[in-house]
Design a protein around this ligand. Structure first.
Ligand SMILES: Cc1cc2nc3c(=O)[nH]c(=O)nc-3n(C[C@H](O)[C@H](O)[C@H](O)COP(=O)(O)OP(=O)(O)OC[C@H]3O[C@@H](n4cnc5c(N)ncnc54)[C@H](O)[C@@H]3O)c2cc1C
Length: 465
């Protein structure tokens, strides 16, 4: 039975590679098509000589044993680092540790700010307590309720505007509970490295894991085909045919697709009804430009990540790469290696800026951040077009309508992963949706769309052996 199966996988990011690995594990050889010249998708490790960069700062953590098992099988124990999580927000010239700690908020930003923040928070909590029914909230409403007006404005309003490129009044709060940790009132300012504060990280960046996955697939006779964008998808009632940009085609009994959901719908033949295409067209993404920049001067920054909500610089977040893994830089390097993250959309000036213009923006931001006097030894620009599915109001309903249409009309088509399901997945959820989809293909009673629907905060128990 298994030998009659010939599935096709679109995309060699975490979801596509995981689907392919599981298919191989079950005795089926898939064909994997990847549009770019690398595997790993958003979680790749771009390189320039001995320099490596992480496009997004990928913390590896999961609450799912089966994902942990995949990670452990792909990379040996000594290739994993245990990295203490240290983030901060740069506000009014102060580095405030994040997730926010109550005692720090009350003391670090001055007495008046502390009192005001605490007063606003109590008022918000009182109002929440008085609310009779739960209702859908915008991000701004959620933020004020969770942090009080003063601390919401100080830490989140500017940051969300800069990173989501949207007014917080127009953003839904669906993702916020999962991603933003509440204020910790129990802990003192200094953190101990409990399991909650430590994540795993491949020594050579996130792509090391996905390169290992691709090597495993190649050994099994299923190497991903790189530089192979899928541009068409046709179902003739019996089998699937995908069309590649170079004109080649491939046929199969099922398709696992991690390409953006709206593009998938747009490519399908026979074309879905007009209203489904219109709904799919509303699903949009934000893009990310990461500039990895090595500075000659050494700075001891005790954080892996610094969020920069201020309007005085354009960068939204800065990674301190050597706190992730020293192996991201050449061994002899003694300076500071940063990853400046710029959030953008494909039609704005930043996305269209050439390398020289971007370099000028980076140099200006480094001045604002106080690192302008150090010479730049190395600079690498990484563009990720489909970085973040945008959570606009109505997104959930629209995704469900597309999902239901595909389920009813194309049961052999399995959307998987972050963009494939238009959901704000981390790697583990993208992988899990792939595993569940393969399970469904084999007739198991599982639902990939139920992955990542837990509204609670995700990052507990990050480091589990
Ligand atoms: C800034 C940032 C920070 C992040 N931090 C973390 C973190 O700390 N921890 C964590 O676990 N996750 C993190 N993530 C999320 C993580 O990157 C994603 O969850 C993961 O990469 C999703 O995998 P995927 O395979 O679903 O999608 P992708 O990684 O997007 O891979 C999809 C692949 O499909 C290919 N493709 C698209 N269209 C086509 C086509 N038509 N034909 C062929 N191939 C195609 C793409 O080129 C890509 O390689 C972060 C993401 C970002 C942007």
């Amino acid at each position: 039975m298994a030998t009659q199966r010939n599935p096709l996988v679109i995309g060699a990011g975490p979801a596509g590679l995981t689907a392919a690995l599981d298919l191989v594990h079950r005795g089926v050889i898939p064909r994997v098509y990847e549009s770019s010249d690398h595997v790993g998708g958003l979680a790749r490790t771009p390189t320039a000589g001995q320099w490596r960069a992480d496009p997004g700062g990928h913390r590896f953590f999961t609450q799912h044993e089966e994902i942990l098992d995949v990670w452990k099988q792909l990379l040996p124990h000594d290739e994993w680092l245990a990295v203490p999580r240290r983030s901060a927000m740069l506000v009014d010239g102060h580095l405030v540790p994040y997730p926010l700690v109550g005692r720090e908020l009350l003391t670090r930003l001055g007495f008046r700010s502390g009192i005001r923040g605490a007063g606003d928070l109590m008022w918000s909590r009182f109002r929440r307590g008085m609310r009779a029914v739960e209702k859908e909230q915008t991000f701004r409403e959620w933020g004020i309720e969770e942090f009080g007006k003063h601390w919401y404005r100080m830490f989140f309003d500017g940051y969300v505007r800069k990173t989501w490129l949207s007014d917080p009044n127009n953003l839904s709060s669906d993702w916020a509970n999962q991603r933003i940790r509440p204020i910790d009132w129990r802990r003192a300012g200094k953190r101990g490295d409990t399991d909650d504060d430590v994540f795993r990280y491949p020594r050579l960046g996130p792509g090391q894991l996905w390169d290992a996955a691709a090597a495993t697939l190649a050994d099994a006779g299923a190497p991903p085909s790189l530089n192979s964008p899928v541009v068409g998808l046709h179902h003739d009632g019996r089998q699937w045919t995908i069309e590649l940009q170079n004109g080649e085609t491939a046929t199969g009994d099922a398709v696992f697709s991690s390409m953006p959901l709206q593009l998938l719908v747009h490519m399908l033949k026979p074309a879905p009804p007009k209203h489904i295409r219109a709904i799919a067209a509303t699903l949009r993404h934000r893009s990310l430009i990461t500039v990895a920049v090595a500075l000659s001067e050494h700075r001891d920054i005790p954080f892996n990540w610094v969020y920069t909500p201020g309007a005085d610089c354009r960068v939204g977040r800065v990674q301190n790469y050597l706190r992730w893994s020293p192996a991201l830089a050449p061994e002899e390097f003694t300076g500071t290696y940063l990853g400046l993250e710029y959030f953008t959309v494909p039609h704005d000036d930043l996305w269209r800026a050439d390398d020289q213009t971007l370099r000028a923006i980076v140099e200006r931001d480094l001045q604002v951040l106080g690192a302008g006097n150090s010479s730049i030894e190395q600079l690498m620009i990484i563009r990720s077009q489909f970085a973040y599915p945008i959570y606009e109001s109505g997104r959930e309903r629209n995704v469900v309508r597309v999902r239901d249409y595909l389920r009813q009309n194309q049961p052999g088509l399995h959307p998987i992963g972050r963009n494939g399901m238009h959901r704000y997945d981390n790697q583990d959820h993208a992988m899990l949706s792939a595993l569940r989809s393969v399970g469904r293909y084999f007739g198991e009673n599982v639902d990939p769309w139920l992955v990542n629907t837990d509204p609670g905060y995700h990052e507990t128990g990050l480091l589990r052996s």
